[in-house]
Design a binder for this molecule. Sequence first.
Ligand code: 8GP
Length: 814
Amino acid sequence: MTEITAPKSPVTAEQFADEIREQLKYTQNVTPEQATAADVYVAAAKAVRNHLADSWFKTQADTVNGNTKAVGYLSAEFLMGKQLENALLNAGLTEQFDAAVEALGFQPKDIVDAEYEPGLGNGGLGRLAACFIDSLASLGVPAFGYGIQYKYGIFKQTFDENGKQVETPDYWLTNEEPWGHVDYNRDQKVSFGGEVVEENGKKVWKPAWSVRAVPVDYLVPGYASGRVNTLRLWTAKSYDEFDLLAFNKSEYLDAVKPQVKAENISKILYPEDSTKVGKELRLEQQYFFVSASLHDAIRVFYPGQDKPDLTTFPNKITFQLNDTHPVIGIPELMRILIDEYDYDWDTAWGITQKTFNYTCHTLLPEALEVWPASLIGELLPRHLEIIEKINEQFEDELKDNGIDDKTIEDMRIYTGDAVRMAYLATYGGSHVNGVAELHSQLLKDVTLKNFSDAYPDKFTNVTNGVTPRRFIKLANPGLSDLITEGLGTDKWLSDLDLLQGLVPLAQDDEFVKKFAAVKQANKHAFVGFAKQHYGIDVDENTLFNTMVKRLHEYKRQSLKILLVISQYAALKKGEVSAEEILPRTVFFGAKAAPGYYLAKLTIELINNVSKVINNDPDVKGKLAVHMLPNYNIEMAQNLIPATELDEQISQAGKEASGTGNMKFALNGALTVGTLDGANVEIREKVGAENFFLFGMTVDEVEKLYAEDYDPAKYYEADPRLKHAIDLVANGTFSNGDRNTYAPLVADWLTKDWFMALADFSSYADIQAQIEKLYRDPLEWNRKALLNVANSGYFSSDRSMEDYLERIWHTGPLA
Ligand code: 8GP
């Protein structure tokens, strides 16, 4: 008998149907007969939100009065995905919902599909934040996610007829959005500009302008914990929205200028920052949400107190800085404590350092934000003074510890011209962590070496994780049921290590066949999804091979497309015999930053390779390539469960962790990958024999850089690679035009900073192993099942437990 631990709901399906009817009547103002799927979706969302309200209030009260410190997760991105199914699952209302909407004459899937996915994140760091707040609520740890409710989020990606990326605004808030509650009564004022003057021996900041930060509250229900935390996303409003005088003079545009200026702050995620005003806007965004959040935490934990004892602040809440974007919080908390609450510098510094911790998500030096001091000075003059003083204190401390002048100069937070936010975060907080073992090691050995030498105790690792609720249970119900059947319990959903219990079942051929059948059903379902969403025909009897992630040179989508081209060329030349042909469908999904030229050109190339291959009758049924537009959580939830071979092929030492790799392993895909990021740990856990490893190690990469890497040598040495690059160069994928991809070809042959060419041969060679194994479905699926069974470690619940123990020193509410 299977034991069910999923939360039980207090209502029956009939009662839930009545609640939906009531919402339709009183908030949607339609009769059930008039209602569309979109109406029912909003009504159901509101009904489920109502179910969570009491737990939310109780969690808030316990958080404030509680016996444990809360977590504040400050993040520029929260890539949440659709909410309805997740909320139903965590409220224990899934079955009631299904029956209720059927009683109303709808299909549950149509209602779920009516939700529009918010694009409040860009990539790994944003999805990680969403997994983390899910896990914190599920563990019963009081937590606040703090960020921005961007009106247009990240851009929506389409492709033009030439295959180029086109960015359009994502109007995700155009229709009713039932999850966020705009709380005008708990707003905060955030100020900018102006000057600092001295009054009675005290520094006083006289800002030039202010905006109103209005919170929008999202409920974050835990799975089977009875806890509901808060995601508070700020939206920017103007205090003087409308200049009536100007309007009456017919200066209509001038009349709304202040409103536009204020609201621009929460318009889009990561505005283009190649110009000065672009940079200014980014800094405005960062300060905006961080200042509002810190003030909000003081409001929450010291309600109604004019002179709270803020020396207790770090016992109430610990703030995690998700990358460098919120690091301006460090001088801001100093300013609040000194200027607004009259603490002396040392007391303020003690509180501040205890309050913050910093997670670094990169190894690329250029991704560590550095702000021009002049910009900070203009926008936040008081903060620049505080940063200067922090830097002075820091340099003194280093000197006292016997650090030499040259090293101190290298470590300066404030150089006179610029402020290095990662250094400020490292010095200004208690702990710094990387996001996978290898990454944390490289942070200590390379990126932040001087800091790790000076403050070794600050540094720690927490390997990333993903939530099994969304990425197994919701994304892959077939696998989820099979796991529950295999283990005889569904407790694995909140204790993912239990997946280990599947290891013996990998020797049971019948179970492996059932597992294979689930994968095949997922592939079949994705064929339908692809037809519906992208209008493409996919052959489900091919190997589904996927590479989805942000587009970046270090992730090496170009390595993958060069391999595809070489496979295409081999098929065309008849080099592969009929028996040897392993039909593949290759899926790419990736957005490129709007200003990233080579990344966008790579997208164009992939699209055009796809056009040529998919229209070539010679390779029909043997090879197909699809660049799917607008990679998002919905696509991930549909494509990952259907994927058999996952690509994690970054240059060793460049991918901080990766979290897609974890989702694929947990959904029974095999990985072809390098020894980079969390791949290293995944391979350790699932077993080297169940992972396709290729490419250079970090040390080999370093050695090759030191030897003056010459990519052309590799081009000459491997005819497969040479032929693939020649085809790109000679216009095969650009209607004969040799210029289109000339910049890419030139980069590959003369620079190739991430050494795709050097790794090409081993990458191409390992394909034979992959194809051999795939021809033996039982063995392939046995290995895939072992990936699932051994990946329990990559639950974000485990990540959160590591943060609680190593960094936050707190735990669940009693
Ligand atoms: C990503 C890392 O690239 C990825 O390896 C890691 O798994 C993920 O963070 C979560 O830790 N980094 C970003 O998403 C990132 O740096 N985004 C930039 C836009 C800030």
